[in-house]
Design a protein around this ligand. Sequence first.
Ligand code: CP
Length: 311
Amino acid sequence: MSYPHRHLLAIEGLYPPAIQHLLDLAENYVSLNRTGKTQRDLLRGRTLINLFFEDSTRTRTSFELAGKRLGADVINMSVASSSVNKGETLLDTAATLNAMHCDLLVVRHGQSGAANLLAQKVGACVINAGDGAHEHPTQALLDALTIRRHKGKLQGLQIAICGDVAHSRVARSNIHLLSAMGARVRVVGPPTLIPGPITRLGVEVSYDMREGLAGADIVMMLRLQRERMSSGLIPSAREYFRFWGLDHEKLAFAKPDALVMHPGPMNRGVEIDSAVADDPVRSLIAEQVEMGVAVRMAVLDTLARNGARHD
Ligand code: CP
């Protein structure tokens, strides 16, 4: 079995064949989605619950769309109006959903390890849709799929991941995935936003955009997560943009055919200039969103086959 797991909690620890399996299956779903054909029998009778303790536009919506395209009954739990507000714990909430015979549980939570904890307590297959600064595995998969479709491979590519690495689960999942698939990853940003131990993941570090972008095939910008910063790690948004924000002038440091990515949501004029974000030749940002639906269909399909409960 290429993907031998019941859950998708992290990219770290996945072997390349498991990643390859999800990317290849997602590629099929891209084609299927573009023809308008459906696969509604695959998850018919299965229940997917989206349990998001943090805000989301892309991830929650694309899991909903992916589940519906495969025929699942999809429930979006609004945490804001749930009994969590009356003090119910994460585990009691999960136990309640478990008792309703949920098959697939998609969870986003502010604490690293929350998805892992749930996976040990519920019968459903658990998918991590982002846990604290730990991982966001489906984001890395959709990023890899997007890169592979444009560059034809991941092996040997030079990827610069730029900006607020310290708070980014997207960065961590991408570092694990891209390194496992043979790409060379460099993280670029101010010293206050690049944790020292990141070098243990095998990445190069640069504090300078000119040096960090040199030779890059892909420039992946990260959102400045000001809501997770307890103290002033940057002088001001204006100064951050001057040194670390991607505009066409800085993009010229990368390879002439380098492509630009951003997981969204974007802070325009802070980490990325609108002229780059909206550049139809260099920016892959809209395509990343499209790939998100296909990747999430591939993940749901795979986990359902591997053991989603079906009473
Ligand atoms: N990239 C991402 O996770 O976006 P959302 O927060 O909108 O889901």
